[in-house]
Design a protein. Structure first.
Length: 315
C-alpha cells in the first residue's frame, strides 16, 4: 500500500520525564533504559519548520511523559500555535504539576484541550494506579484549577479516568463525582500497553469484549487507532517510532537528525511496517496490542457502534 501524503496527527516528545510512576504504564520500568532526554531547540525548530506547510489536524507536544515536566513547554506550545494555527493543540498532565504558578500559565496557554489524568478519586486508588502522584496535593491542585478554569473556560477540559480497573459500582461512583464537579469525564478503556502491563493485578478489573477483544482472526489486520496511516510519533532525540505503545523503542522508522519528515513518512521502513501490520507478519509490538485486530472484526464493531448510537433515545 501507499501511505497518505502526510500525517494528519503528530505527537512530539519534548521531554522524557514524568514522575507519576503509574502502575498502568510501562514508563517507570522502561524510561531508565532510554538514551534520549529533553528535545533540543534546533531539533524542535526543524520539526516546526517541516510541519508548518501541511494541514496538520492534531498535535500533542508530549509522548510517553508529562509535558509540564519540560520547563520550556509553554514557550513551545506558543510556537506550535503560531506554526499550526488551525491544528487542535492538546496536552495531558496530572494534578502533581498543577501547582499555582504552572496552573496560571496553563490557563493562559493557547490550547484547544487539556486532559488531567485521575485514575480514581481516593488516596487508595491513587496509590494503586499513580503512586508517584501525592493524592492530597494533587486533589487540591485539580480542584483549584477546575474552579479557575470554570470562570473563563478558555479551552476544553477533561478528566481522564481509565475504565476497567474498578468494579462497575465504583466506576459509577467516580463518574457521578466528576459530573457533580461540572467537568467532562473521558472514560478510556484500560489496555495492557501491548502486553507491557499486567492488568490482572487489579482484581476488580472487568472485561470489555465489545471494544478491545483480542480478535486476531485472519489478515488483513488494522490498527484501531490508525497509528500507521494518520499519526507520526517523534521521540525527543528525533527518532520516529511507530506509536505511543513503543516504550521499548523497538520500532524505529527513521531519524530526523539525518532525514526529513517527508523522507521518513514515505520511506521504505514505514512502508514495510504498513504492509507487515496488515499482513501475515505484523510486528511483535502490534501482535501484543489490543488495538491490532482483524479488519473484518473492526468493521463489525463499527457497525455495532453505529446501531448502538442510532438506538440512543432522543433527549
Amino acid at each position: 500500500m501507499s501511505g497518505p501524503a502526510f500525517p494528519r496527527k503528530v505527537q512530539i516528545q519534548t521531554t522524557v520525564a514524568c514522575g507519576a510512576d503509574c502502575s498502568i504504564c510501562p514508563h517507570p520500568e522502561q524510561s531508565p533504559h532510554w538514551t534520549n532526554g529533553r528535545m533540543d531547540e534546533a531539533l524542535f525548530d526543524s520539526i516546526l519548520e517541516q510541519l508548518a506547510p501541511h494541514p496538520i489536524e492534531y498535535v500533542s507536544p508530549y509522548l510517553m511523559a508529562d509535558p509540564l515536566s519540560d520547563r520550556r513547554i509553554f514557550e513551545r506550545i506558543a510556537r506550535l500555535r503560531d506554526a499550526l494555527p488551525n491544528a487542535t493543540l492538546e496536552i495531558s498532565t496530572t494534578g502533581k504539576y498543577l501547582v499555582p504558578k504552572l496552573a496560571q500559565q496553563l490557563l493562559a496557554a493557547p490550547l484547544d484541550e487539556l486532559r488531567i489524568s485521575s485514575h480514581g478519586i481516593s488516596a487508595a486508588e491513587y496509590a494503586r494506579t499513580m503512586p508517584g502522584v501525592p493524592f492530597e496535593k494533587a486533589w487540591r491542585n485539580i480542584h483549584d484549577f477546575i474552579e479557575q478554569w470554570q470562570s473563563a473556560q478558555p479551552y476544553k477540559l477533561a478528566i481522564v479516568c481509565l475504565w476497567g480497573l474498578w468494579s462497575p459500582q465504583r466506576e459509577a461512583e467516580i463518574a457521578a463525582y466528576w459530573r457533580d464537579q461540572g467537568v467532562e469525564l473521558a472514560q478510556w478503556r484500560v489496555v495492557s500497553r501491548s502486553s507491557q502491563v499486567d492488568l490482572t493485578t487489579f482484581g476488580q478489573a472487568t472485561a470489555d469484549p465489545t471494544l478491545y477483544v483480542r480478535a486476531k482472526g485472519e489478515p488483513p489486520y488494522v490498527c484501531r487507532q490508525r497509528r500507521d496511516s494518520d499519526w507520526l510519533h517523534i521521540l525527543s532525540d528525533g527518532r520516529v517510532t511507530l506509536c505511543c505503545m513503543d516504550y521499548g523503542q523497538q520500532v524505529i522508522l527513521g531519524d530526523l537528525r539525518t532525514q526529513t519528515l517527508e523522507e521518513i513518512w514515505h520511506g521504505l521502513a514505514f512502508e514495510a511496517i504498513r504492509q507487515d501490520l496488515r499482513g501475515t507478519c505484523p510486528p511483535e509490538l502490534c501482535r501484543r496490542c489490543e488495538w491490532h485486530v482483524s479488519a473484518d472484526t473492526e468493521s463489525t464493531q463499527q457497525q455495532r457502534n453505529a446501531v448502538a448510537v442510532a438506538q440512543l433515545p432522543v433527549l
